[in-house]
Design a protein around this ligand. Structure first.
Ligand code: CP3
Length: 358
């Protein structure tokens, strides 16, 4: 066994088979046999086999059982033939490991027992170590052994999106309390985001050390900010995370929703690949991101409910628009909606592979 610069162990000193996959190649901006495709939230409620294995097991508890995590992560790979697996977990898993009392409520999302509102509350958010998330390390090792040449994507929530849950106490439409802290108590805000950046960095390092082939940093709700505020209050903290992984040897994908005006700044935060939601055509996104960066996206998940010819038209358009990029990873513009017909997802994978095959 040898250890790579990222800390990942491989059975031989050769480059891992995943390095040659269409997904990793596209993330590196190199030539690939076809446009790779995976779906955010591909593991989840759209799959009957997921609903079956999750019966009676609360979400957070599921994330802490390595065999179950491995099974759920593999389900969409088996069913759809996607080009990458995404590790089954949740953005609040490291926050719970850091000492925050929280629950993931079905149909709502993360709910925090005692929100963070004052400096004294920061003490409840300790740094994490590998031991705090040993179940993640175990599950990634099980998965990479099982997946072979299919890459596994690790992920974490970005400091802003995590802070929004911690400060609001749960999901929010306006982020009023989050922004009140950001504008009104910038020292507290920066201290909170700095702690979250450290936790996130360690959480991603554990996944990379255990063998994931890429990571995605989800700043799902950053689109609530103006570019100026994003640059001032958020970008330095996201950069601490992404910059901290610069020599980890795996591509870093950075994604948020409603980020049409933030794409350039999110790329500058240290992303190798910028994820784009469905509101911005990929060719237009590229002019904002600047040359040289591959993109990921961006089919509107709601389009999957339209008749197939409409879905096909959108998939072909997105593949066309993506040709302007040095690399394109096909994905949705946000996660799979729970009522999606999984057969449509399988057809999208087939179509992407057929149309883009070269
Ligand atoms: O397949 C994958 O993409 C991997 C699994 C994954 C989950 N959460 C599983 C999950 C990933 C990547 C996440 C990330 C996540 N979690 C984000 C960022 C991505 C995004 O969607 O913007 C966010 C904001 C969260 C917080 C969160 N957790 C929400 C908003 C919800 C949905 C609430 C609901 O029930 O509608 C969750 C719960 C959650 N995370 C589920 C899954 C499969 C549903 C729980 C269930 O099946 O009961």
């Amino acid at each position: 066994m040898t250890t790579t610069a990222s800390g990942a162990t491989h059975a031989s000193s050769q480059v891992p088979a995943t390095a040659d996959s269409a997904f990793v190649r596209a993330c590196r901006g190199g030539p690939a046999s076809h446009t790779p495709v995976w779906f955010m939230r591909q593991a989840g409620r759209s799959l009957p086999e997921y609903r079956k294995v999750r019966t009676g097991i609360p979400m957070l508890e599921s994330c802490r059982r390595p065999e179950l995590v491995a099974e759920i992560t593999l389900q969409p790979v088996r069913r759809h033939g996607v080009d990458a697996a995404i590790f089954f977990s949740d953005i609040v898993v490291p926050i719970a490991a850091a000492g925050i009392d929280l629950e993931i409520v079905a149909g709502t999302g993360p709910v925090i027992a005692e929100p963070i509102r004052a400096a004294a509350d920061l003490d409840r958010l300790r740094p994490i170590t590998r031991d705090d998330v040993a179940f993640v390390d175990q599950a990634v090792r099980l998965l990479t052994a099982e997946l072979g040449a299919t890459p596994l994507i690790g992920f974490a929530g970005a400091p802003f999106t995590l802070a929004s849950y911690l400060v609001e106490g749960g999901p929010s439409r306006t982020y009023a309390r989050t922004k009140a802290m950001m504008y009104g108590a910038p020292d507290l805000w920066n201290a909170l985001l700095d702690r979250l950046a450290d936790i996130t960095l360690e959480f991603l390092r554990v996944q990379i050390g255990a063998g994931v082939s890429a990571v995605q940093l989800f700043d799902s709700w950053a689109g609530a900010l103006s570019e100026a505020d994003y640059r001032r209050y958020v970008l330095p903290h996201s950069r601490k995370v992404l910059g901290g992984l610069a020599d980890a040897g795996v591509p870093r994908i950075h994604f948020g929703v409603g980020t049409a005006l933030l794409l350039g700044a999110m790329g500058e935060a240290g992303a190798d690949v910028v994820g784009v939601d469905w509101r911005t055509p990929l060719d237009q996104a590229l002019t904002q991101i600047g040359p040289g960066k591959p993109v990921q996206g961006n089919l509107d998940p709601a389009v999957l409910f339209a008749p197939w010819p409409v879905v096909e038209q959108h998939v072909r358009r997105i593949l066309d628009e993506g040709r302007a990029a040095p690399g394109h990873v096909f994905n949705l513009g946000h996660g799979v909606l729970p009522d999606t017909d999984p057969d449509v997802l399988t057809r999208v994978v087939e179509l992407v592979h057929t149309v883009s095959g070269r």
